[in-house]
Design a protein around this ligand. Structure first.
Ligand code: FEO
Length: 168
């Protein structure tokens, strides 16, 4: 069985992954509407990836004898000042998810639930990967600055940064 405190935390995690998925879909749409097709592809992929993170949690909670709650999601941001603003939002969103993953991990240790602690390690690694990706991209954008040609090339290159959708 699953401890009720951990069940609640995992349900919060489900909501955070769902929110991230919808936020990235909104960023993909903004990028596409503004002519940044590479950035749009990147965020369409990220949105899929976050959806997969959410579903993995839903299945896990139910398999452990809990009940996964399909959440009402928050309103997402839809207007962005720039590509830099889009990727700042990406990093902030990932940091928020990481903080919550850490809370779940902490609580698993407090309650000595090593099975869920073990399951959550996948999310710990995933968050490290995604935060690093966001920071690397922001570093590149800092170098590009206001150079329009650089931004054009960045949009072409960004698709290669895209993390493969992992269906594990
Ligand atoms: Fe699954 Fe990157 O949050």
């Amino acid at each position: 069985m699953i401890h009720s405190e951990i069940e609640t935390l995992l349900n919060n995690q489900i909501k955070l992954e769902g929110n991230a998925s919808m936020q990235y879909l909104s960023m993909a749409s903004w990028a596409e509407a503004n002519g940044f097709n590479g950035v749009a592809t990147f965020f369409y992929n990220q949105a899929e990836e976050e959806r997969m993170h959410m579903i993995k949690l839903i299945k896990f909670v139910n398999e452990r004898g809990g009940q996964a709650i399909i959440p009402v999601l928050d309103q997402v941001l839809k207007d962005f000042k720039s590509i830099n603003d889009v990727f700042e939002t990406f990093l902030t969103s990932e940091e928020k998810v990481t903080n919550h993953v850490n809370q779940v991990v902490y609580q698993c240790l407090q309650l000595k639930d090593y099975t869920i602690h073990n399951f959550m390690q996948w999310y710990v690694s995933e968050q490290l990967e995604e935060e690093t990706l966001a920071r690397t991209i922001l570093d590149k954008l800092k170098i590009i600055g206001n150079d329009k040609g650089g931004l054009y090339q960045f949009d072409k290159d960004i698709e290669t940064f895209s993390v493969e959708v992992d269906n594990e």
